[in-house]
Design a protein around this ligand. Sequence first.
Ligand SMILES: Nc1nc2c(ncn2[C@@H]2O[C@H](COP(=O)(O)OP(=O)(O)OP(=O)(O)O)[C@@H](O)[C@H]2O)c(=O)[nH]1
Ligand SMILES: [Mg+2]
Length: 298
Amino acid sequence: MDFKSGFISIIGAPNVGKSTLLNALLSQKVAITSAKPQTTRYKIKGVLHLPEAQIIFVDTPGIHDASIPYNKYMVQLAIETLEEVDVVLLMIEPFPKGLKDGHYIINTYLSQINKPSILLINKVDKISKPQLLPIIEEFNKIYPFKAIIPISAKKEAGLEDVIKEIVGCLPEGPQYYPEDFITDQSERQITAEIIREKIINTTREEIPYVVAVTVEEFREIPEKEMLYIRAVIHVERKSQKGIIIGKKGQKLKSIGQAAREELELIWGQKVFLDLFVRVEPNWRQNPKVWGQLRLKMQ
Ligand SMILES: Nc1nc2c(ncn2[C@@H]2O[C@H](COP(=O)(O)OP(=O)(O)OP(=O)(O)O)[C@@H](O)[C@H]2O)c(=O)[nH]1
Ligand SMILES: [Mg+2]
């Protein structure tokens, strides 16, 4: 049998579970996830190596009606994958808002391109079977999906069907990446994302959205057998800096500790994590600083 390969974009509204699915499909955490929307800000590649095929998934930021320039840019990253990939996975949630978002994405974007597309109805662990059938019928009528698959990314249910359908849609092609290649993110990007995940998960209101993390130094200290990592947490205002640092520096300390523990597991050695908080006024409004902050990696 000839080898198959291709690029598969995972698109959908914020918070539907796209990154959770990517991690589940690869049995490895390559993208950070959270209960808050707009967690993913980049296109993140994750490669699944099968005996008969290579599937290159592209996780994307959630598509939403953005007003802030940086959010518009994030949405643009997701939309442009539609031109770049062989197959599109559209993920929706089986709740009223999720269905509305699904219709919006199909009408506005999916209907403009001619690509094999698969609809994933995620979080079916939260609904009953009788609730599912009308949703499948509804979406069957409005777009010629190759398949509509109910899944639970979190409970890892239905994932074999997803892989089977994708392989069925893939063209014959080469092994684009070597067997040990799992993601296209650099060590610094993975590290910055882990730190950002800890901040998202331990802060509230606007803080998760105004934080950007850059890794300024990432080097081994051979005599100590440890990694030295220096990272900067950028916020938009002085008051936000105060929140991140917390009383007597407690908040920053707990963010650092949680990040360090996970980074030690990822990099397989002791980590010395030096965290700084810096105010970069209104960085989300100013495309010029995105490059400086390496927020435009792809
Ligand atoms: N109950 C349930 N929750 C899920 C499922 N899949 C994902 N979640 C949860 O949904 C939330 C969002 O998951 P993410 O994977 O970060 O969602 P996303 O689509 O990547 O979000 P953005 O990056 O913000 O666009 C997290 O709290 C997940 O644990 C599922 O199958 N069932
Ligand atoms: Mg995500």
